[in-house]
Ligand binder design. Sequence first.
Ligand code: AMP
Ligand code: MG
Length: 503
Amino acid sequence: MNAPLSRPPLSALESLRLGSRYARLPDAFHTRLAPAPLPSPHLVAASADVAALIGLDPAETMRPEFVELFSGNRLPDGAEPLAAVYGGHQFGSWSGRLGDGRAHLLGDVDTPHGRLELQLKGAGPTPYSRFSDGRAVLRSSIREFLCSEAMAALGVPTTRALCVIGSPLPVQREQTETAAVVTRVAPSFVRFGSFEHFTAEDDVASLRTLADHVIDHFRPQLRDASQPCAALLADIAQRTGELVAHWQAIGFMHGVMNTDNMSALGLTLDYGPFAFMDTFDAGRICNHSDTWGRYAFRTQPRIAQWNLYVLADAFGPLIGHPDRTRALVDDHFQPAFDARFGALMRQRLGFATAQRGDDDFIGATLGLLQLQRVDYTLFFRALSRLPGSVGREDRATRDAPLRDLFVDREACDAWLLGWRARLASEGSVDALRQPAMLATNPCYVLRNWMAESAIRRARDGDFGEVRALLDCLRRPCDERPQYAHYTAPPPDWADGLTVSCSS
Ligand code: AMP
Ligand code: MG
């Protein structure tokens, strides 16, 4: 048996000490500057899990000093705040220099899971803000906070979020809103666009330094490869494939898969107009600003690959001919996506083995959900409880939880015949399969209406629902009576809800 991982005791805010590996990189990588003061800051919500992850006693999040630190009004010991430079392709076109226009990297903290960077998002303008204010509104901050933690709980690679700090400071968007700061936590916030920036600047020395930084700190095993930079590109392609497989399997839409929002570590990064699938529609476009559906649900894998080609081109000066860098993407992205997506979908369907024909079965299942307009999350949850075999006479009753989600019940019955035959072919045992499916298929995902409901209350100064949602979503497969309303169909008022790039 493995010895339990010994953890250092959780400590008080006063013992938080930051280093800053990113600040040690040359000046071309960043601009050093302090966050702007946030007037009258207050705690909206904090994640006890993330506090513990960075070694803080969760009780510390209730202290006024916590609010001071994570509003940007006071700096933790050792902090060397900076905004990082990067570029990116937005909606398919090169945008030139972008950079952290509203994010300040404070530094990194040593944890049993390696060093983790702390970054304030919305803490004021930087040299990369262009014509914007460097702020984030409460609405988008709550969405990023909740979704980061929801995704982590679903096992999807993601940046984490420590807290949201609110303020009465007015911020002008389509309407006047108020400001907030989210503290994000991740091993690194390096993006595809970080590499693109240096290639665009013809700064091959910095490009190489960046690749070395990522390899040395996050992928040291790649040092032994015959060509570490080629191995890094292959690693990013593979992890991106796995990441997007997770998104497709769970029904997550990112909404703005620009290359500046794509993590070099394969994490979900920059939560904006994201959405979780309600009724299954592969063509769904969650971002109201995405007129042409570039980032529709079904195109996410193709866009990820396109983004990787852009990254491959940026790696050109390190590796060589574009055909070679693009071949690395081809060799690693699609196989990783296919393998992970197949594995995750088999898990969702309750199949313990891989069989020929599974891909077709998965495809047919999604086709059926699309045709029947079935809720994606509720489908798998209801399926988890069905028996693997059922007599003709009590089929209608036993299968009712799933059949009730279909308009055409016979279409459901026909699909169930195939599902049960597939289960039988691997000698599936209900007593093992059902608990495994219930531990895999969430009953709670962060639907837009849930976030919106919590946001509306938060605007009135009531943060109870934000905190309740966090508690609910951190154990997404654990059905609890107090959260029963979160499994109900979206309320009528949520019909016209849209989210856009405005944040
Ligand atoms: P996003 O679409 O949120 O990924 O942002 C794209 C770019 O715009 C990044 O460089 C951001 O830092 C920058 N940006 C977005 N919103 C703001 C803002 N309110 N103030 C300054 N920069 C921003
Ligand atoms: Mg971004």
